[in-house]
Design a protein around this ligand. Structure first.
Ligand code: DI6
Ligand code: FE
Length: 403
């Protein structure tokens, strides 16, 4: 026998459905959850008779939003990079550290030494921090293995997180993150002999939801990324790309030519790249944690993205080097203060547009037929979510219909 539906009453609902009202707001809302799914949402005056006899959970006039989505993280990794943080404070740049064998490659050493279990246990506190702020869906990338065994182990660890905690996880293969030390002078051989075979093996094990790369002078060239994307395409996997983070190699345009779900970072993106993204329907994922940590001064071209109607998502980029950040609320605040987004754009960036960046259509808005992944907040206005710094006003998280 299936459980009877749950009725929520007495709250304001930021549906995040794009349209006439800011935040898609429904005041004095009611919402019915049947199993994992929202079976009705609207103004409580319009609640259908069939639901009016259900025991109601009174939410005391609070704000309800879709569950938050972190659509770009590297939160499975070994070790940490506090020493590199000190080096940067002493004047070394991120690129200098990377070229001297630190950076991503130093996390690779620590990750290769970690067991699957250690990777999961190390990641859980980071996951818990995100869940505590209402996150219901996370994307997690590989990319600190750069050998087949470790890349697959990272993806298995990422998948296990969804068994250990009430959160959904989408896994992204990022073997094209950097060239490991043992292939320093033969990057093409790394791509052909390690990265592509590892992608095929990870896919054969059912571990890959999307394929990503880091297109940059300190990482892989556009031609190398294209070889990896050709294989993704052959396997029927969607792609996304770290593009235009430190320089403009026209990575976003390359990704768009493969119909990318998203291009991410984008500080050095030009209008030509924006237009290519708009045509391909790719989401721009902007990452203020990395901008802040690297003390970047070049802003991602938000006005141009808005002008061409490219949806913009916001994510933590949680990683041990350029963005040791595990707060989506702080990410929203940084999106507003550093990138001049509106609080409404920031919330859309961690809900509706984040879902789109992951190719997910069952979440990201609070409406009939979507998963009942919701966050209940002790705030009066939705702008409060982005406004405060270091404060978590969550009241309750609802995950797959479970309160
Ligand atoms: N860009 C980033 O910001 C992260 N990866 C990437 O391609 C940084 C990863 C790291 O520094 O460990
Ligand atoms: Fe990243």
């Amino acid at each position: 026998m299936s459980k009877s539906p749950i009725l929520l009453r007495n709250f304001n609902l930021a549906t995040m459905i794009a349209g006439e009202t800011p935040y898609g707001m429904i005041e004095n809302a009611a919402l019915v959850i049947d199993g994992e799914i929202i079976s009705w949402a609207g103004n409580s005056i319009a609640l259908p008779d069939q639901y009016s006899n259900l025991d109601a959970h009174d939410l005391g006039g609070r704000l309800v939003t879709p569950g938050l989505i972190d659509c770009h993280t590297h939160l499975v990794f070994g070790g940490n990079r506090a020493r590199e943080f000190e080096m940067r404070l002493e004047g070394a740049s991120y690129e200098e550290i990377a070229r001297a064998g630190g950076g991503i490659v130093s996390t690779v050493t620590a990750t290769r030494e970690a067991s699957e279990n250690e990777l999961v246990q190390d990641a859980l506190p980071r996951v818990d921090a995100l869940i505590a702020e209402g996150a219901t869906l996370l994307e997690i990338k590989s990319g600190y293995g750069l050998d087949q065994d470790t890349e697959l182990r990272m993806l298995r660890a990422a998948r296990r997180i969804a068994e250990e905690r009430p959160v959904r996880v989408k896994t992204t293969f990022l073997g094209a993150h950097a060239i490991p030390a043992e292939f320093k002078d033969k990057p093409d051989r790394y791509v052909d002999e390690v990265c592509i075979p590892a992608l095929r093996a990870a896919h054969a094990e059912g571990l890959v939801d999307a394929v990503d790369g880091f297109c940059e002078g300190i990482a892989l060239s556009p031609a190398q990324i294209a070889r990896v994307f050709d294989v993704a395409k052959e396997l029927g996997l969607p792609v996304k790309l770290h593009a235009e983070q430190l320089s403009n190699l026209h990575g976003a345009k390359l990704a768009a030519s493969y119909g990318a779900l998203s291009a991410d970072h984008l500080e050095y993106l030009d209008e030509d790249g924006v237009i290519a993204m708009a045509k391909a329907g790719s989401v721009a994922v902007i990452l203020p944690g990395a901008f802040y940590t690297l003390r970047e001064t070049q802003l991602p071209p938000l006005e141009t993205l808005n002008k061409h109607g490219v949806p913009v998502a916001l994510a933590t980029d949680a990683n041990p080097g350029s963005s040791p950040l595990t707060s989506l609320l702080l990410t929203m605040n940084m999106g507003c203060t550093l990138f001049r987004m509106t609080p409404e754009q920031a919330l859309a960036g961690v809900t509706q547009n984040a879902a789109r960046a992951l190719g997910m259509s069952d979440c990201g808005t609070a409406e009939t037929g979507k998963r009942a992944d919701l966050a209940v907040w002790d705030v009066e206005q939705p702008a409060e979510l982005a406004y405060r710094i270091g404060f978590n006003p969550i009241h309750k998280r609802i995950y797959g219909g479970k309160l």
